[in-house]
Design a protein around this ligand. Sequence first.
Ligand code: ASP
Length: 321
Amino acid sequence: MRHVIESQQYDVAALEKLFNNTDRILEIFQAGGNRQTFCSSCVGKHMILLFYEPSTRTRVSFQMAAHHLGMTTASTENAGEFSSAVKGETLSDTMHVICSYHPDVVVLRDKKDGSAHKAAEIADKYGVSIINAGDGKGQHPTQALLDVYTIRRELGKIEGKTVLMGGDLANGRTVRSLSYLLSKYPRMQLVFFSPPELQMGEDILEHLREHRVPFLVETRSSVLPALLSQSDVVYWTRFQKERHTTAETADKLAATFAENYSIGPAEMKFMRKLSILMHPLPRVKEISLEVDNDLRAAYFRQAQYGLYVRMAILQDMFGKK
Ligand code: ASP
């Protein structure tokens, strides 16, 4: 795989291969075992991280993943504010320049949907790979890979599960990439729960119809208890404040959201014993801190799996075969 641009590019066989390697990496770390097995597998490879939007987990875990595999990294600190973009440079000019410095991969996060695609067209001319680390409201494929891995690791398998996604589904990119990936597995049921103004995009619903994946769209907060009690995975997301242009609507929506679409101990009571609560993070107020000690709260484990999944992605792309 030259680039990682959108989650649909993976099929189940590719996912299984990736997840098996992730298991292997995780087990070596957890056993305090011999990291020699992977620490030099990508020596001589170079990564540039170019982030035009804030990031904590994606940026640091990619950097750490690269270092654990022996790659070097160079990173612009907050490219949205401190790079030449501020002076008016276009992404395509920046791509031409940084690709000419001979990196093997550019990990890119940008504000605009479709940027990763555009960047890949330029990167192809230089033989450089692009990994989409989030493009606006578009996709965040490596997040979806670690999300699906989390379900597999925590619940043993993916097929046949009911996955409830809640929050700002109109503006969150993780739920979009996750829906594409889950639609590859048999007997899935997807439930989209959000305020009426923040519903999942029609393009995703159309994709699910085409692939005959049963789904339900629900906006009434009164039915949340029933939805929670029927789900194996509860995947919550924050209100994407930065994607709303008028502060007034944003504040109003954020307030309704916090009041009616949050998970706290009372909501956890409705969840199944053997279910998990996931969140791509950052969490704002949509999951209360009291929930953290519940064993079903999987979000910090999920973030840690992100390191191992990203190592497996890099090994797959650049590891010595
Ligand atoms: N960190 C995730 C993303 O970059 C989720 C979020 O920001 O809400 O999309």
